[in-house]
Design a binder for this molecule. Structure first.
Ligand code: 9L3
Ligand code: MG
Length: 130
């Protein structure tokens, strides 16, 4: 086996707020909030995966921008990486999540994030311009 499989997570920021999505699964993550995203498919670029995942999960068109924060090693040789995203078309809807929330820097510090996304909070707060 060569290489790791990547999971992308999108930092979609608008008017000083970050979009968070509340997971429904697996049971141990249900109810916790995350940056939306998912696994990069074989042969797919991370940027294309950001666009596809946000289309599937939120029903929006985005462009994927620069990486932010550190790599997060997951189970099974997966690595989680965060990318900025710009909304191009549509209004985010919770198509695969329990709910969505636009949070400011203060709210981001208080909400129950999935553990894997917690390390990005300082970078995200900086982007939110708190
Ligand atoms: N994951 C963690 N933080 C995130 C995302 C999008 C994903 N912001 C983890 C949860 C799963 C794995 O990555 O263990 C695959 O994600 P998904 O396909 O279940 O969304
Ligand atoms: Mg997902």
């Amino acid at each position: 086996m060569t290489g790791e499989r990547e999971v992308v997570a999108a930092a979609l920021i608008r008017d000083g707020r970050l979009l968070l999505a509340q997971r429904t699964r697996p049971p141990e993550l249900a109810g916790l909030w995350e940056l939306p995203g998912g696994k990069v498919e074989p042969g797919e670029t991370p940027a294309a995966a950001v666009r596809r995942e946000l289309r599937e999960e939120l029903g929006v068109e985005v462009t994927a921008g620069e990486r932010i924060g550190a790599d997060v090693p997951l189970h099974d040789g997966l690595v989680l990486r965060a990318y900025r995203a710009e909304l191009v078309d549509g209004t985010p809807q919770a198509l695969e999540h329990a709910a969505l929330r636009w949070v400011d820097a203060r709210e981001l510090g208080e909400i129950a994030l999935v553990d894997n996304d917690r390390g990005w909070v300082p970078e995200l707060v900086a982007l939110l311009g708190a």
